[in-house]
Write a new protein. Sequence first.
Lengths: 259, 256
Amino acid sequence: MSALRDIQRFLYRRPGVTRLLVVIALLLFWEAAARWWVDPMFLSPPSKVFSSLDSVFNTRGVPKALQITFYELAVAFVLSVVIGMVVGLAVGLSRFSHRSFMPIILLLYGTPQITILPLFILYFGIGPPSKIAFGVSHGIFPIIVTIVAGVQNIKPILMTAARSMGASRWQIFRWVIFPHMIPSFFAGMRLGMTGVLLGVLLAELYVSTAGIGYFTTLFTQNFDPTKLLGLISILAAMAIILNEIVRRAEVYFGRWRTD
Amino acid sequence: MSAVSRERRSKLASRAIQVGFLAALLALWYLGTTFWGISPLLLPNPVRVWAELKDVIATGEFLPDLKVTLGELVVAFAISSSSGITLGYLISRSPYLIRVFEPLVAGMYSVPIILFLPLYVLFFGLGPGSKIALGATISFFPIVLNTIAGFGYVEKIFVTAARSMGASDYQMFRYVLLPAAFPVILTGLRIGFTITLLAILGSETIASLAGLGHRIVHLAEAMETARMFAYIAFVVAIAATLNTITSSIERRAKRQ
């Protein structure tokens, strides 16, 4: 009885351990469901999925497909950041251009771009360029919006102070605006990464000849849930790692701010 | 006085730029397709798109697809909002449960759930089932997280005050917790609604038998670009309307 109470107290003090137990319980439930209740044509147990991860890698074309998808993600992300940053600064730094162009940007941000996915295929073909373009179309708007918000949120007193002490436009940019932009820049990068992942994966799933989308379709049509789940796990891990890198960078570069 | 008029002039100039920008875009589109020989397969003439749009609406051809898409949207959103709010409320009842589950839910939220679409197609088939499942899964997470944030972080002093004045459990819920949590939950519901719509259009585009997304893809594959543009405009208008309605509901409810 007291041992039980000890365990209870132990878990109560460590939510992390309880969380781990919850995850293990979920995995066990999945394992049991796949083993005894669900048709193996549709679901396979996690033990089998993890033990056959290497057979996914050994499927001809899969490593190449992962490489292609990663390449699409990287290029789309870099393009989104560069273009988003330039547009965000251009729109955010002047009140006039902000008032003129921000509504247009918000309008575009609000439209469901998925409806024009077939157009991207029509213009850019079924290879990587269409995935990159679609990824950029998803990643660029959150970056622009966050950068604009970051530039606009600079306290006017700092700008006035710098100007009254005779700072040039460049000096104001370098020493006032730039340091204040860093947190919003990384917040924008994180949102942009989420958008790029969504855009590239959507386009991949829609049509693909060599990327990840091709293999998810192949495994689905072959009723091979083991490999499908394996591939999805690899991609999910990839997404989590990419998100986490950007999130860590955000925390790291924003730490000088105390307010 | 002059500052005010300068302000007004600058505002007018902004409007002019916005209108001019859109007009220039339309003009370029028209000129490019009429005189400069852009292939109508890639970019149809705006006049033809307009005619097609009128035809689509006049013949009511869009109705069956719209019904399918909206039906999926309603069911998916009903599932995710009811289960999300219930689960979020249950978790938010204890700070310990919040500490256990909130990072877990937030972690799952960062996985691009669109990846599950092939799996759902395998489970639920090409019909509405897989779209509903994807829409419900995607919107479940922001709704849970916002419900936890809403109920879980009510200012302690309000709770203590109400309790010390002898509020019953029901009174506590009705007059303290719910009003405090409501705006935050509404934000979660709005985000959830927007991405449900996105997920459903997306999954219809990728693999489906009916629905607006399916129709657009079908027209793209038939190379009927003008009609596809008309449908895209139609869907964008519907999405914009739905999003405007949900945001205005959110804003009105928050004001109270």
